[in-house]
Ligand binder design. Structure first.
Ligand code: ATR
Length: 287
């Protein structure tokens, strides 16, 4: 629909974060709203750490229908919400908020988005050995959904204490042992010999440092599936080298699109046109 007008009835969604100028979410969501002729608009709001409380009050006051939440607000937003989805509560981080007439509910679609990215390619992580690199916010979302799904996890992190903390929380919540190791070449080599799936949740390899990789190429082998959550570039050095080793890969763009698609569904109640969203996101990245 070409002549979409912002009118007196247009519903507002958006993303809050700092920095926010490089977000791809507005392009992705607005492409869908336009294509489907929906009376919605999606905007980016730069919200500083100290402005989060006012921003959330603003969401209520202005009746903004939905927000995505990114760095640095994913944890700090929790006490400002009225309700939390069970998984978001377990993970302790929220990336999507839905406003139902002033009642704000927080979700974590990063976690579900990661799982959907695997499942849509026919990869079922239940019963698989998964090696996770990194123990930050993204790692936590991914490791919780994988533990819930029934994967066996090894978490490697540069700062061992953070990996231990994540593993012990998984142990408490799911009564399931997750291993925590320091991220060094020896531990990585050992962990990868038994791995079915490797997930990079660190920022290693992200633009502009595209020549970097968290895993040396000689550790990659056919049969392994490598998933990177970095989506800029779409194909990181890790994924290039995994493909060259004859193994399957999943780009971070898939998780990014799915987290957006699941947020869209929560705000609008409609099924998300995932293919269209992916095309819109790829168009921006390839510019
Ligand atoms: P996010 O929310 O995207 O997960 P984060 O919470 O800042 O971001 O976490 C970043 C993760 O990448 C951490 O696990 C970090 O390791 P530390 O906990 O030791 O800081 C990891 N990371 C970042 N740069 C890294 C590098 N050059 N080598 C190894 N790990 C790195």
């Amino acid at each position: 629909m070409e002549n979409r007008l912002i009118s007196g009835t247009t519903k507002i969604c958006g993303v809050i974060g700092d920095p926010i100028a490089h977000t791809m979410s507005p392009v992705m969501h607005n492409a869908v709203f336009k294509e489907m002729g929906m009376d919605y608009v999606y905007v980016a709001f730069q919200v500083k750490k100290e402005g989060l409380g006012e921003a959330i009050q603003g969401m209520r006051g202005l009746n903004i229908r939905g927000l995505n939440v990114t760095i640095p607000h994913k944890v700090a937003i929790i006490p400002l919400l009225d309700r939390l989805d069970h998984l978001a509560e377990l993970i302790g981080a929220v990336n999507t908020v839905v406003n139902d007439n002033g009642v704000l509910t927080g979700y974590n679609t990063d976690a579900e988005g990661f799982l959907r990215a695997l499942l849509e390619r026919g990869i079922e992580p239940r019963g698989k050995n998964v090696v996770i690199l990194g123990a930050g916010g993204a790692s936590r979302a991914i490791s919780f959904i994988l533990a819930e799904r029934g994967s066996s996890l090894v978490i490697l992190n540069r700062t061992l204490d953070k990996a231990k903390e994540c593993a012990s929380r998984i142990g408490e919540v799911f009564q399931k042992e997750a291993k925590a190791l320091e991220f060094d070449s020896e531990n990585l080599a050992k962990a990868l010999t038994e791995a079915d799936i490797l997930v990079n949740t660190t920022s290693v390899g992200m633009y502009p440092d595209t020549g970097e990789t968290p895993v040396s190429a000689d550790l990659l082998r056919p049969g392994l599936i490598a998933v990177d959550i970095v989506y800029n570039p779409i194909k990181t050095r890790l994924l290039e080298e995994t493909e060259a080793a004859g193994a399957r890969t999943i780009s971070g763009i898939d998780m990014f699109v799915w987290q957006g698609a699941l947020a869209f569904e929560k705000w609008t109640g409609l099924k998300a046109p995932v293919k269209l969203m992916k095309e819109a996101a790829i168009k921006v990245l390839e510019k």
